[in-house]
Design a protein around this ligand. Structure first.
Ligand code: AMP
Ligand code: GLY
Length: 424
């Protein structure tokens, strides 16, 4: 009997659970800590994603066959090293490999060393030096990034010298991001449209997945502050077959070769955040060491290869034997969020309309069961996922389903997936 422990509690983890549940290996699924949606697929275990010792004990006591890590924090903390010390099977990079997301400076140095296209950059730990650099700089915008993990809030696109100086001060003087912001990267601004491509790797072979596009801004037309992601669709015509090949040849293959040369045994998922210029040039905005959220909600429903077998092949280093098969359909995910998100918002709002629609297309993120109701417990609450032969039809049915769901102060974007039409 195969059992899989999925660490995390977001829409991504619910989507991973749904994909695993389709496996003909019929796995038992455990989620730590999970949400109200994952509870319908398996067992929620009340252990936080960063409580590594407790997770090790749980995996041992319950003879978990394989563990998949959803979020970045436990990976950067070294959860994989701890599981491996105990001979527990786990999917994800070790602490050294997780620096690809945990230290933007380390990632930049690796990209430079192995000729992976990315924006030019400088690193600073001293405010005066950084301020002098910005003062003498004359092309704006410029991008200021905290080096470490900052829960998606560590990046400022500074349109002016004054806003660049403010961002630098927040990191280096006011220590807004604590240790994560004690070093900053000042990066050239890249123009273009963004896409995300994830890849599976067992450290020897790399297998890219379909390209997806996230919608980071809170408002329609990409307006307002950035969020964790308000929706996604897959595949995106922004990434043409030629461009996909280029990403494989100029990004994924050199990255894997570079990791090998550095002696890093990377087994898990690599997320390439891409910027694609009008001319068709592609650069890395960032690498992440995990599946993305909400892109996973639209990539995995199109995967026809057994995800349990893929995880086993990653662990056993036999990914070369697996070819990924994909549905020819398109998928879209519309995120329903709590009013006020990405800033302050209220929790505990009763959600209605969940029982009248097809459960399989409703992905839970910030939800929890309270007595007989499902209530909101986070900024991003639900994701409505729909699949159809044509993206436009998937979008229509997703929004029909959105209409049935409600909770107080529910907000969502009404234009998810519409930008695909621009690239056709
Ligand atoms: P990151 O956390 O590095 O992915 O940055 C968050 C978001 O900031 C990205 O998804 C982009 O929208 C934007 N961004 C980051 N770096 C750049 C850059 N060099 N040029 C333009 N936009 C950027
Ligand atoms: N969708 C953005 C992220 O997962 O980082």
């Amino acid at each position: 009997m195969v059992s899989v422990l999925i660490i995390g509690s977001g829409g991504r983890e619910h989507a991973i659970g749904l994909a695993l549940a389709k496996s003909n290996q019929n796995p038992s699924l455990y989620f730590a800590p999970g949400n109200a949606g994952t509870a319908t697929l398996g067992t929620n275990v009340p252990i936080e994603a960063t409580s590594i010792s407790e997770l090790v004990t749980f995996a041992k006591q319950n003879s978990i066959s394989i563990t998949l890590v959803g979020p970045e924090d436990p990976l950067v903390m070294g959860i994989v090293d701890r599981f491996e010390q105990e001979n527990l099977a786990i999917i994800g990079p070790n602490k050294l490999g997780a620096q690809l997301e945990g230290s933007k400076k380390w990632a930049k140095q690796l990209m430079t060393k192995y000729n992976i296209p990315t924006a030019g950059y400088r690193c600073f730990t001293n405010f005066d030096d950084a301020a002098t650099f910005v003062t003498h700089h004359d092309t704006f915008p410029i991008v200021i990034k905290a080096n470490g993990l900052a829960a998606g809030k560590g990046v400022t696109i500074a349109e002016t010298k004054a806003s660049a100086l403010t961002a630098l001060k927040e990191c280096l003087v006011n220590q807004k991001f604590k240790d994560a912001g004690l070093e900053v990267i000042i990066e050239d601004f890249l123009e273009g449209d963004e896409a995300s491509i994830f890849a599976f790797t067992d450290s020897k072979t790399i297998r890219p997945m379909l390209a997806a596009q996230d919608h980071k801004a809170i408002g329609d037309g990409d307006t307002g502050p950035n969020t964790g992601g308000m929706g996604a669709y897959c595949p995106t015509p922004l990434v043409t077959p030629e461009l996909y090949e280029k990403v494989n040849e100029t990004i994924f293959k050199p990255l894997l070769a570079g990791l090998q040369k550095e002696g890093i045994h990377y087994k898990g998922i690599i997320y390439a955040g891409l910027m694609i210029s009008k001319e068709g040039d592609v650069s890395i905005v960032e690498f992440n060491v995990r599946f993305g959220d909400p892109e996973t909600q639209v990539v995995l429903p199109l995967l026809e290869t057994d995800l349990v077998s893929i995880f086993q092949a990653i662990y056993n280093e036999t990914l070369a034997d697996i070819t990924l098969k994909w549905s020819a359909e398109s998928a879209v995910c519309v995120v329903l969020a709590s009013g006020g998100y990405p800033n302050n918002y209220e929790k505990g709002k009763v959600i209605s309309g969940l029982t009248t629609t097809n459960q399989e297309s409703i992905i839970h993120a910030g939800t929890k069961q309270e007595n007989k109701s499902i209530v909101t417990s986070g900024g991003r609450v639900l994701g409505v996922v729909s699949k159809a032969p044509q993206l436009t039809n998937a979008i229509t049915t997703a929004y029909q389903c959105v209409n049935d769901i409600s909770f107080e102060n529910m907000v969502y974007r009404s234009d998810i997936g519409k930008k695909a039409a621009r690239y056709n």
